[in-house]
Design a protein. Structure first.
Length: 201
């Protein structure tokens, strides 16, 4: 069996990556999603265990000490981390998995999993990004300002990624990610079993 592919997905807050990902799971329900363990407070509308497991700082530090995390990052004073075991299980079982992380987390995963394919979701412009952050209505002005600065820092690291997808039109962004995944199926490293099977006959 061929191994599954890890897709690293990043994009600043306000890039619309959550919406893009939700829509992709509708068209490709077989794709797994890595549920992060995080220490920030739950926002209204969020559901425990859907995108995040909301855990205490103590529990997070214990996971770190026990080497249970593939990567982790401190973002605006809160820990975010990717539990290692579910990702490894998926890959070993031939299933593709999306891991949504910030640029620091992405760099850590690339080091440990050089085969991972990384995609950076970009807002079309700074104006659109600002409008999206303000329109959310969930954060204070101070937090919005911090998120904007963080967004600029993240965008400056977009060149580290394999692919950049602009989220101007939602459907186009979805189609472009699906195209990346379609082409990836033909990469040589995903077809070594096939090649060896033919050769061994
Ligand atoms: P938010 O608090 O807006 O949900 O997420 C803040 C940032 O943390 C986003 O850039 C998001 O992509 C990132 N993030 C979410 N989960 C993880 C994770 O498991 N690890 C890392 N390093 N970043 C994460």
């Amino acid at each position: 069996m061929n191994k599954g592919r890890v897709y690293i997905i990043s994009g600043p807050s306000g890039s619309g990556k959550d919406t893009v990902l939700k829509e992709i799971f509708k068209v490709m329900p077989e794709i797994k999603f890595s549920i992060s363990s995080i220490t920030r407070d739950m926002r209204s509308g969020e559901v425990e265990g859907e995108k995040y497991n909301f855990i205490t700082r103590e529990r997070f530090e214990q996971m770190l000490a026990d080497d249970e995390l593939l990567e982790h990052n401190l973002f605006l004073g809160n820990y975010y981390g990717t539990p290692k075991a579910p990702v490894i299980n998926c890959v070993e079982n031939g299933q593709d998995i999306f891991i949504e992380v910030d640029v620091n987390g992405a760099a850590q995963i690339r080091q440990k999993m050089p085969d991972a394919v990384s995609v950076f979701i970009m807002p079309p412009s700074l104006e659109v990004l600002k409008a999206r952050l303000c329109g959310r209505g969930t954060d204070s002005d101070e937090i919005i300002e911090k998120r904007l600065n963080e967004a600029l820092r993240e965008i400056s690291r977009a060149p580290e990624y394999d692919y950049v997808v602009v989220n101007d039109n939602l459907q186009t962004a979805i189609n472009n990610i699906v195209s990346i995944m379609s082409v990836d199926k033909f990469k040589t490293d995903r077809n070594l079993n096939l090649i060896n099977q033919v050769l061994s006959k």
